[in-house]
Design a protein around this ligand. Sequence first.
Ligand SMILES: Nc1ncnc2c1ncn2[C@@H]1O[C@H](COP(=O)(O)OP(=O)(O)OP(=O)(O)O)[C@@H](O)[C@H]1O
Ligand SMILES: [Mg+2]
Length: 590
Amino acid sequence: MIKGKIVKVSGPLVVAEGLPGVKMYEVMRVGTPGLIGEVLELKRNRVSIQVYEETAGLGPGEPVVSTGGPLSVELAPGLISSIYDGIQRPLDKIREKAGNYITRGLYIPGIDREKRWKFKPLVKKGDKVISGDIIGEVQETTLITHKIMVPPEVEGEVVEIRKGEFKVEDTIARIRPSHSRSTVSLSMLQRWPVRQERPYKEKLPPTLPLYTGTRVIDTFFPITKGGTACIPGPFGSGKTVVLHQLAKWADADIIIYVGCGERGNEMCDVLMEMPRLKDPRTGEPLMKRTVLIANTSNMPVAAREASVYTGATIGEYFRDMGYKVAIMADSTSRWAEAMREMSGRLEEMPGEEGYPAYLAARVAGFYERSGRVICQGQDQREGSLSIIGAVSPPGGDLSDPVVQATLRMVKVFWSLEDKLAYQRHFPAINWLNSYSLYLDNIEEYLSKEVAKDYLQLRSEAMRILQEEASLEELVRLVGLEALSPEDRLILETAKSIREDFLHQHAFDPQDAYTGIKKQYRMLKVIIKLFRLSQELLKEDVEFSKLLKLKVKEKISRMKFIDEKEKEKFDLIEEEMTREIEEKRSSETKI
Ligand SMILES: Nc1ncnc2c1ncn2[C@@H]1O[C@H](COP(=O)(O)OP(=O)(O)OP(=O)(O)O)[C@@H](O)[C@H]1O
Ligand SMILES: [Mg+2]
């Protein structure tokens, strides 16, 4: 343990001297209260430390002590349903101990040391194990079985394996490495440095979609298991609502929600709502598969910087067990601002908009922790980690450095537009600018699992929306009446795609989530009506007749059809065909 003393305090940055031998990113306890900080810069005999707690009252001469290790998270049963701050301090436990305000220098481990978990061994004495192998499991919540894995860089023969109820630090197994006489004791607790990616065997292509239940995402701009997406948008355009929707409904096994520098009351909404909401697949409370990391705007800035890495590390740990994990980070702009603040205080050369020159590298480093992988271990289990980040550029300006650095990395772009939000078209994802580069990857899966013509319907709908955009200009110039019936049909259909399909109310219990098969049926109905109407127009039926179809009323209420009532879609299609036929015969009679 090396002990030095403070020479300068500047907001969250503390400079200390007399600390020979400390390393970059080592964790330090700073000042008399023992605040937690991390080494950011080493310059001659001076050490600059980013302190994760409020530094008011700290002064020169106070002690600084090294802890000898990098910032790490604790990984063990007890993670799920936890609410942590940016450096994995359990907020609920802190509240019990210190009241409503976090006492500085308070250290409570991220994982409860006293709780006993029922450990079920899955290997026997004499088995050979390598790192990543699952040696046993704990039923952590009704939804999640926590797999206890051999930690990285340990392998050998199992000489002892226990069964029963244990605390996380108790020895549950002993392994003898080959060519060694001594043994390694394993407990259920692992530690991992947050800034380092956890190892895996092999990366796999992103061929499986991650369904979110949001129609504009799943059908138009899908993301994959192990994929990355960003959702930039101006103030109030619906970033947080979209991320909440994803946290609630995405078909991942585990959700990690990182609230990074956003409003406290929004985080509060998540905390209040999650335990009440039930998973549509299992009927269990969603909180039983969720880890929350809260570093709201009123909490110290520096811990924001750490919070996304804490989230990524916990995510990778569950990925390694073979789970499908998704991280939502709201907002990565606030994270980048924390970086900018520290960089400014370190007097580094500023890059674009004052952000540090390494901004792009940091953003890339974060999103690169995503992926679908073959996990370490002898079995070929597969896990994935998807990362979705909100970006809040000032004024919604997409040329903002954080947006640009993010767009270079991610494969899906959901562009939120304030114009749509003002029109109350939610989610306000602009269908003309947004994109997903995963469509080719998931084409095969979708045509097998959903329907052969699903992506074809999607392209047709997309084409109609694009044509609408070019026709709008014409309508402004010459008026609606001057358009050809074919063009008017395009406008009518585009309106139906927008209002009956893309528009989705996040707070309506029936509309909030739409399963993928229902999405397909909805789109199919709209496109079928379009095709039948096109035929009628070819037969010179008047366009005005098409506007009067009664089935349109039913189409507008399609979203409220229950997932299970597939026959209702058959009925709509039948009614549509019948009505079109009637129009056709009435026309021929005249
Ligand atoms: N899908 C939706 N359905 C219904 N209302 C929505 C939807 N999305 C957004 N809204 C409305 O828009 C408001 C603002 O959304 P939100 O808080 O998500 O914006 P934001 O982009 O996160 O803003 P900020 O930049 O301030 O964080 C919400 O309170 C809600 O009323
Ligand atoms: Mg928000």
